[in-house]
Design a protein around this ligand. Structure first.
Ligand code: SAM
Length: 337
């Protein structure tokens, strides 16, 4: 264990001298592309702080970084001395700067795999190890895909697949500040929404710290929140993910109204009022609460009674109050998370 001493754990590995990220960006003319949500972090103290939020990384662990870009966070990960780093970057312009880090990683005994790929289509099971090694997912995420990616990962977590074949895969991710606050929003908070519920069913999310927009190059219009999401040892439900997603989407579809209003639209009009009444009675939930006043457990009780109902009435599972265009709109489900 040449680099695994307690001193290394405390201070991190020393990397050989490297050009600064700022110089590399200049040297390789890596102007940020807006469509790829590129905002770079140049400050080593901040990238170290993000990686530190991931908790202890041992030299048997694997870290997968989403969107390493020029490699600022990657350097901080490398200093934590994991056994392997997997980089998934869509923009091929960053390959030379990442290959430079790959060369540094070799003599340190850290394996670094670079994949030029879209994380939304990345076949995790082919590339992340079996369950013998703990996995950390880290990323200064592209804003454009961050919520979609998180929801995809919750689905994987619920199915124990992909990156979540072990139940201790940690996520340390950045989001626009408002999204970070919504993920962690407690009961009754103004920011409480279905993303809060979905996050808190399968994980314990924590907003670790805020990075001001001005720390990024180029500066985004918003500040950024660093969130850790630790999978719950015991998920709060085993109802199929899509059912949980559907029910909570309906509950939160009318934020300012009584929660029964959005929920009722799960049912065809002719039976809507009666069935909704029965569901709330059975779930023992007060139907005049606003969605943001519902606890995760109450949302799940409403999901449970709906789940039982559609097993007896399968035709209702396909019902969509929005009519024939619904399937197309379903694809846009992430827009309003
Ligand atoms: N990690 C770098 C940093 O902190 O300076 C860059 C962060 S930048 C906000 C987001 C990065 O994700 C960019 O490098 C961008 O090219 C990459 N990216 C964008 N969409 C992606 C996708 N679908 N899959 C993988 N990487 C993506």
């Amino acid at each position: 264990m040449p680099y695994g001493s307690a001193a290394v754990a405390a201070r991190g590995l020393r990397l050989p001298p490297l050009p600064t990220i700022r110089d590399l960006v200049k040297l390789y003319k890596l102007q940020a592309i807006k469509q790829m949500s590129q905002n770079f972090l140049m400050d080593e103290r901040l990238t170290d702080k993000i990686v530190k939020s991931a908790g202890r990384i041992t030299n048997n662990d694997v870290v997968l970084e989403v969107g390493p870009g020029p490699g600022g966070i990657t350097r901080s990960i490398l200093r934590r001395n994991p056994s392997k780093i997997i980089l998934v970057e869509k923009d091929r312009r960053f390959l030379p700067t990442l290959e430079l880090l790959q060369e540094c990683a070799k003599p340190l005994g850290v394996q670094m795999d670079i994949h030029q790929a879209d994380i939304l289509r990345f076949p995790m099971e082919e590339h992340v190890p079996d369950i013998s090694q703990k996995l950390h997912l880290i990323g200064n995420l592209p804003f454009a895909i961050s919520t979609r990616l998180l929801i995809n990962w919750f689905k994987d977590l619920s199915l124990r697949q992909g990156a979540f074949r072990r139940n201790d895969t940690t996520m340390t991710l950045t989001f626009q500040k408002e999204v970070a606050e919504r993920i962690c929003a407690p009961l009754g908070s103004d920011q409480r929404c279905r993303l809060s519920i979905m996050s808190q069913i399968w994980t314990e999310p924590k907003l670790k710290f805020i990075i001001p927009g001005k720390a990024f190059v180029p500066k985004p219009d918003v500040d950024v929140g660093v969130v850790t999401l630790i999978p719950l040892k015991q998920p709060k439900t085993d109802i199929p993910f899509d059912v949980v997603e559907r029910v909570n989407r309906h509950i939160f579809s009318m934020r300012q109204k009584y929660c029964r209003r959005g929920y009722s639209r799960l049912f065809p009009e002719e039976q809507r009022d009666e069935t909704t009444y029965e569901m709330f009675e059975e779930a023992e939930v007060e139907s005049t609460l606003r969605p943001f006043q519902l606890s995760v457990e109450e949302c799940l009780r409403l999901t449970e009674v709906y789940w039982q109902f559609i097993q007896k009435n399968p035709e209702v599972a396909k019902y969509d109050h929005r009519g024939p265009k619904a399937i197309k709109q379903e694809e846009e489900v992430f827009v309003d998370y």
